[in-house]
Design a protein around this ligand. Structure first.
Ligand SMILES: *Cc1c(COP(=O)(O)O)cnc(C)c1O
Length: 452
């Protein structure tokens, strides 16, 4: 018989309640492997902490979501939201699956082009496109999603000067019953701004209005909001058809579907309580199908889904540095990764699993990162077995936004590994070193010497 690991007895204060209808939270089931790779081996090989992406999970998520939409609507096209995770390996998995690119900045645009996405399959969004960006997009025939009137006028001027008719869509914002409204982007539907922008485009004849775009929010918990948005988009498309006898070729519903993460303060675990993709799909597809378009003029449905496709394909592996008792007696565990690489810990209670077997004891703990900063809290309160220095953990559902929003604050950023379909790990981004951080720094000569 294998000898059981010794665990020191602990005295634990009893907390009332905190049971909900899903039972008490059992987040500490060990996770020793990801797609067949041992967490222990990955950390030994590539260092701790380490981001791990599961190619299998990305492809599964994509195929599943695509199937759900395609069974409900005949013309569907996905465009990968680069800012959600723009590691080239990740983007290329999506492109291999047939997804176009959706970008909100010039460097993302260049990334998509460099990845080999044809220009006419890169949707250019965002409020900050320079004249130079617009020229590049025109040259590559990329659909330009206009955000505001100044952009509309500048683009008209450039189109006139180049004597071309760029393909454009307008970004539309609207009241979907979810507040605060994301009305800082695009043209408002209810107050007539969107209709005004349409009329300006149609009147000057320089821009080719091919689509309508919206992105109503992010981590949206109400599928019905998408139904309302799709209905308003369809109404706008029909008004264009009525007045100009021209049908837009696509309606882009953006992204914003919730991932399986748990928002702070929510009642159940996100994995149990966020809407299913099929609920969003049902709301959107029914609204478009029932809007009254002629069958041969049904617009394409574009989707720019980000976090819902990638969040649970990303893991952050790390190690315990130390334990201590806070002044109120609570157990505090210090991990070797902080909020500089786990930005989303500000609004999610990420699921965290120990990466090795444990006994029956658990204790409420606070999990801190290694940064010298009080806000470096990974979990404010989580029930875990007593982790000790050197133990390893797996943070779940970190595939969206953490890598793109990470920064070198106190700690450099770790390597990222992708585990392929056969269970082989590949480095897709190397661990940063001091030179990475100092690249681009310039030290003026006169500051190069001192004596102390
Ligand atoms: C960020 C963004 C997305 C992706 O949003 P998710 O919430 O990650 O699905 C899609 N479209 C636009 C315009 C965006 O800005």
């Amino acid at each position: 018989m294998e000898k059981k690991q010794y665990e020191r007895p602990i005295i634990k204060s009893l907390n009332q309640g905190l049971m909900n209808k899903f039972g008490s939270r059992t987040e500490y089931t060990p996770m020793t492997h990801i797609d067949g790779c041992a967490v222990k081996d990955l950390l030994e090989e590539y260092g701790s902490p380490l981001f791990v992406m599961s190619e299998r999970k990305i492809r599964d998520n994509y195929r599943n979501t695509k199937r759900i939409f395609e069974t409900r609507y005949p013309k569907v096209q996905f465009a990968w939201s680069y800012k959600t995770n723009y590691l080239n390996a990740v983007c290329n998995v999506f492109h291999q699956e047939g997804s176009w690119g959706e970008v909100v900045s010039r460097f993302e645009y260049e990334k998509a082009l460099n990845n080999g996405v044809p220009g006419n399959k890169i949707l250019f969004n965002g409020p900050d496109k320079t004249d130079d960006d617009l020229r590049a997009a025109i040259k590559n025939d990329s659909p330009i999603h206009i955000d505001h009137l100044d952009e509309l006028y500048r683009l008209t001027e450039i189109a006139t000067e180049l004597n071309v008719n760029p393909r454009v869509a307008i970004r539309v914002n609207m009241d979907t019953g979810i507040y605060p409204m994301w009305d800082r982007f695009g043209f408002n539907y209810e107050n007539g701004q969107a209709w005004d922008a349409v009329n300006k485009i149609m009147a000057n004849g320089k821009l080719k209005l091919v689509g309508l775009h919206c992105h109503i929010g992010t981590f949206m918990l109400a599928p019905n909001a998408y139904g309302i948005a799709a209905t308003k988009m369809a109404d706008l498309a029909k008004s264009i058809k009525n007045r100009y006898n021209k049908m837009v070729s696509y309606i882009d519903m953006g992204g914003g579907f919730a991932s399986k993460n748990t928002l702070k303060g929510s009642y159940g675990l996100g994995a149990d309580s966020v809407p299913e993709i099929s609920q969003y799909a049902e709301a959107i597809c029914s609204a478009l199908l029932n809007a009254g378009f002629d069958n041969d003029e049904l617009p394409y449905l574009y989707l720019e889904t980000g976090r819902a496709l990638i969040d649970d394909a990303g893991f952050l592996l790390g190690s315990v540095i130390s334990n201590k008792r806070l002044s109120d007696g609570r157990r505090a565990t210090i991990l070797d990764f902080g909020v500089n690489i786990m930005f989303t810990s500000f609004w999610y209670d990420h699921k965290i699993s120990p990466a090795q077997e444990f006994g029956q004891h658990t204790e409420d703990s606070v999990l801190y990162g290694p940064l010298c900063m009080n806000i470096d809290v990974i979990r404010e309160n989580v029930t875990l077995p007593p982790l000790k220095a050197g133990d390893q953990v797996v943070v779940h559902t970190v595939g969206a936004y953490n890598i793109t929003q990470s920064m070198q604050f106190i700690a450099l950023r770790p390597a990222v590994v992708m585990i392929d379909m056969k269970g082989e790990p590949h480095v897709i981004k190397t661990k940063e070193v001091l030179e990475t951080l100092e690249k681009g720094e310039v030290l003026p000569d006169y500051l190069s010497k001192f004596s102390l």
